[in-house]
Ligand binder design. Structure first.
Ligand SMILES: NC(=O)c1ccc[n+]([C@@H]2O[C@H](COP(=O)([O-])OP(=O)(O)OC[C@H]3O[C@@H](n4cnc5c(N)ncnc54)[C@H](OP(=O)(O)O)[C@@H]3O)[C@@H](O)[C@H]2O)c1
Length: 303
């Protein structure tokens, strides 16, 4: 049986659904107030637990062969913080998995994760990666570049849809290999029991490295009209975001960070090895524009 932690989130939900479609036995570790019911209706077995509560983890791990964790507090608040979840919570989980005799732990991490990173989330992920590698558990670390579905609708798609100007931080010419969440899920599913994933850190990006200027041009092509672009300096706050506490700060600092480096990733061989057909940027944008506006964390729809 496969245990998924993070199944009520974007990537974990896609992984759970893919595994259920493949008729795998799936258990999901969830909190009572999380939206887990649709996955139960799709066939997942829920068990209550929390990464912050080490005692809740052993029962969830009973009878489990493979653990997949996409959990993060990156988009949560209150008691769920980078320190309590991504740092201490992941330590709790790795220690519990080591005691449980699990065969493979697939840990979804991030490209820039290192134990000495100045970015708290990257540092916490880097420390979790190091603990996992030292644990003796069979591991597969998926080190993701940015996920298209998370950033592109916020920065461009939601505004472009209604003809509002898009704001970029800096020149927007740094190139990054954005990856679709569905492709991340496909890699995670393919990594289960795959020899090429065993005790490996797999860097996962999309099929092409693109700048924010390329992203805007792609939305223009798909929408068939020009998008007005304004720029702000790193350190300034992005305008036109909903008044969710911390959102403008978080997105503005991520955008400023992305202006400090390029992150092209050569993905052809990894994609071939795991049989994943990577979604190109234009394919993602076409899907996004053809679908209903995506929900935002404050319950508003993208305008
Ligand atoms: N976004 C990007 O561009 C990017 C880039 C690189 C790496 N990543 C990584 O990709 C992974 C997946 O991201 P995502 O967008 O799918 O995340 P997400 O939608 O924010 O989902 C986070 C999940 O973690 C769970 N969680 C949070 N705190 C928990 C706790 N204390 N105990 C148990 N579960 C807890 C949440 O459960 P609840 O519903 O109960 O809160 C939710 O299911 C994350 O690890 C993220 O760091 C993302």
């Amino acid at each position: 049986m496969i245990l998924i932690i993070g199944a009520t989130g974007l990537v974990g939900g896609l992984i759970a659904r893919q595994l259920l479609q493949n008729r795998q036995d799936v258990r999901i570790l969830v909190r009572p107030n999380s939206p887990y019911q649709p996955l139960v209706e799709a066939g997942a077995q829920p068990i209550f637990g929390d990464l912050k509560d080490p005692l809740s983890l052993a029962p969830a791990l009973a009878g489990i062969d493979t653990v997949v964790s996409t959990a993060t507090a990156g988009q949560r608040s209150g008691k769920d913080t980078i320190d309590s979840v991504d740092l201490a919570g992941n330590q709790n989980l790795i220690d519990a998995v080591a005691r449980a005799g699990v065969q493979q732990f697939i840990f979804v991490s991030a490209l820039g994760a290192t134990p000495d990173s100045p970015v708290p989330l990257m540092r916490a992920k880097g420390m979790a990666e190091a603990r996992l590698r030292d644990s003796g558990i069979g591991y597969s670390i998926l080190a993701l570049n940015g996920i298209m579905d998370v950033m592109l609708p916020w920065i461009v798609g939601g505004l472009a849809r209604t003809g509002q100007p898009v704001t970029l931080v800096g020149e927007g010419r740094r190139r990054h290999s954005w990856v679709a969440a569905a492709d991340v899920a496909a890699f995670a599913v393919a990594a289960i029991g795959h020899l090429a994933a065993m005790n490996q850190r797999l860097v996962i990006g999309g099929p092409e490295a693109v700048s924010w200027r390329d992203v805007v041009a792609t939305y223009e092509r798909v929408l068939g009209r020009p998008i007005s672009v304004q720029t702000i300096a790193p350190g300034e706050l992005l305008p036109n975001l909903p008044p969710v506490p911390g959102l403008a700060d978080a997105l503005s600092s991520v955008m400023a960070f992305l202006e400090t480096f390029d992150s092209p990733i050569e993905m052809a061989e990894t994609a071939r090895t795991f049989g994943v057909r990577l979604t190109p940027l234009e394919g993602f944008v076409r899907q996004e524009m053809a679908s209903a506006p995506s929900p935002r964390p404050d319950g508003l729809a993208h305008a």
